[in-house]
Design a protein around this ligand. Structure first.
Ligand code: NDP
Length: 405
C-alpha cells in the first residue's frame, strides 16, 4: 500500500520498524535512517531474521534539511515517521514540505537551548502543509498519542460534554539498573525537571516541579499495578487537548515516579548534572545533561531484564443526557512480553505501536487531510480498533476511584 521512511534508530524506532514489518501488506517498503548507521544495521539484521520483508537503511543527520531531503529523494516514501528527537522536528517537517511527503511524529518540537516543548512552531506550518496538499500528524505515540485518541473517542461516543480529564501514566516495571530513563534520557530529564502546569477554567496553573518538596502528588490505585504515587506533571498533549476538546474545564497529567528515581534525579539536579547550558571543562565546553546521557543506560537496551507493566489511561468526568458520567479508559502493557515480541521495553513499545498505526491510518486513507493535525482532530474509531489488533488492547470501565479536587 505504501512506502515508509522511519527516522531514528533508537528504542522507539526499533519498535516502529518491527511493527511495520509485521504488516507487509500495508508497509510494502520500509527504510530506516538515523545518525548512527550501525544502529540501523542491527535492527535491519533482526528484521531479516524474524520477518519476510527486508528493510533498507540509510545514514542521515536530521538536523540538516538537505540531508533529509536527499534520503527522501532516494527512497521516495509516501510517509515519513519521525522518531528521532524533538530537536529535529522542524528540519524534518521542512524536508517533507520540500518533497511533498506526509509527516508523523511522537513528540513536539523543543529547542535544544531552552527546555520548553510546545506546538507553536509546528502549528505554524499549517498553511504551508495545506498549500502543499500533505498532512502532518503530530504526537502519535502513547502520551501524547493514544491518550489524545481516547479523548477524541470519549468526546465522539461517550459524552455530550467532557468537564475534566485526568491522564494517568504508571510504569510499574523494574529494569534492574540503579537509575535509568525509559526513553531518551536527555528529553526525559528535561521534562521531569520543569515547573509543572495544568489547565483549569481557561488558565494555566503553575505548581512546583516534581523534584521539589512541595510538588503535588497523590496515591492512585491503578488496575493491575495497584496503588502508586502519582505526580502532577506538565505534558505536551495538554496544550492541544484544551483547544480540541469542547467545553473542557480542567485537564491534568499525572505520572508515577519511584522514590529511587526521584532521589537519584534530585542529587544529579542539585550538583548541576541536569544543566543544559554549556560549561567550561578542561579548556573545552560540555553540556552536563548531554554528558550524563552518555553515561546512562540506552533506553533501547533496557528490555532484556525488564519485568512488570505500564498502565496508561484517561479518567473522564462529564455529562451525557443530563447525567453525570465518569469513565476510565486505559491500556496495560507488559515489559517482558514486549521484549519477547520485538526486543523492546514497554515504554518504547507503547510509543512505537501507535506511530505505526497512525502511519497505517494515513496510508490507508482513513486519516486524510491537508495541513497540520493533532491526533484528537482525526477519526478515532479505526485507530481504537487497530490498537487491539496490534498489541495495545484497551479497557473502558466506569470510574469508581478518587482523584484530588
Ligand atoms: P533514543 O534516544 O533511543 O533514540 C533516538 C534516535 O534518534 C537515536 O537513534 C539517535 O541517533 C537518533 N537521532 C538523534 N539525533 C539525530 C539526528 N540529528 N539525525 C538523525 N538521527 C538522530 O530515543 P527514544 O527512541 O526513546 O525516543 C524517540 C522519540 O520518541 C523521542 O522524540 C521521544 O521524546 C519520543 N517519545 C514519545 C513518547 C510518547 O508516548 N509520545 C514516549 C517515549 C518517547 P544516535 O543513535 O546517533 O544517537
Amino acid at each position: 500500500m505504501g512506502k515508509i521512511l522511519i527516522i531514528g534508530a533508537g528504542g522507539v524506532g526499533n519498535v516502529v520498524v518491527k511493527k511495520c514489518a509485521q504488516v507487509p501488506q500495508v508497509f510494502t517498503d520500509i527504510c530506516l535512517a538515523s545518525r548512527t548507521l550501525d544502529k540501523c544495521k542491527k535492527i535491519q539484521q533482526e528484521v531479516r531474521q524474524a520477518y519476510t520483508i527486508k528493510i533498507k537503511i540509510a545514514q542521515v543527520d536530521a538536523d540538516k534539511v538537505n540531508d533529509v531531503v536527499k534520503v527522501i529523494t532516494a527512497f521516495k516514501p509516501d510517509i515519513l515517521v519521525n522518531v528521532a528527537l524533538p530537536y529535529q522536528d522542524l528540519a524534518i517537517m521542512e524536508a517533507c514540505l520540500k518533497t511533498g511527503v506526509h509527516y508523523l511524529d511522537t513528540a513536539n518540537y523543543e529547542p535544544p537551548d531552552v527546555a520548553r516543548f510546545e506546538y507553536r512552531r509546528q502549528w505554524a506550518y499549517q498553511d504551508a502543509f495545506k498549500k502543499r496538499g500533505i498532512m502532518a500528524v503530530l504526537g502519535c505515540g502513547f502520551d501524547p498519542g493514544v491518550t489524545n485518541i481516547f479523548c477524541a473517542y470519549a468526546q465522539k461516543h461517550l459524552y455530550d460534554a467532557i468537564k475534566t480529564i485526568d491522564i494517568l501514566d504508571a510504569n510499574a516495571g523494574t529494569h534492574g539498573h540503579p537509575f535509568a530513563t525509559n526513553f531518551n534520557p536527555e528529553i526525559n530529564i528535561r521534562e521531569v525537571t520543569q515547573t509543572v502546569r495544568h489547565w483549569k477554567k481557561g488558565a494555566w496553573i503553575n505548581t512546583p516541579a516534581v523534584l521539589e518538596p512541595t510538588s503535588v502528588h497523590f496515591t492512585f490505585n491503578y488496575p493491575v499495578a495497584g496503588p502508586r504515587e502519582s505526580y502532577l506533571l506538565y505534558h505536551e498533549e495538554l496544550e492541544s487537548l484544551v483547544k480540541h476538546i469542547k467545553g473542557l474545564e480542567r485537564i491534568r497529567f499525572w505520572m508515577t515516579f519511584s522514590e529511587n528515581y526521584l532521589t537519584h534525579l534530585r542529587v544529579l539536579h542539585n550538583v548541576g548534572m541536569t544543566r543544559i547550558d554549556k560549561v567550561d571543562y578542561q579548556g573545552g565546553e560540555i553540556v552536563p545533561l548531554k554528558f550524563l546521557r552518555a553515561l546512562l543506560p540506552d533506553p533501547g537496551t533496557l528490555g532484556a531484564n525488564y519485568t512488570g507493566k505500564t498502565v496508561i489511561g484517561c479518567v473522564f468526568d462529564g455529562v451525557k443526557k443530563n447525567k453525570r458520567k465518569q469513565v476510565y479508559i486505559y491500556n496495560v502493557c507488559d515489559h517482558a512480553a514486549c521484549y519477547k515480541e520485538v526486543q523492546s521495553q514497554a515504554v518504547s513499545y507503547t510509543t512505537g505501536v501507535p506511530a505505526m498505526i497512525g502511519a497505517m491510518m494515513v496510508l490507508k486513507g482513513i486519516w486524510r487531510g491537508k495541513g497540520v493535525f493533532n491526533v484528537e482532530q482525526l477519526n478515532p474509531d479505526a485507530f481504537m480498533e487497530a490498537l487491539g489488533v496490534h498489541g495495545l488492547p484497551w479497557k473502558q470501565t466506569k470510574f469508581m476511584g478518587r482523584l484530588p479536587r
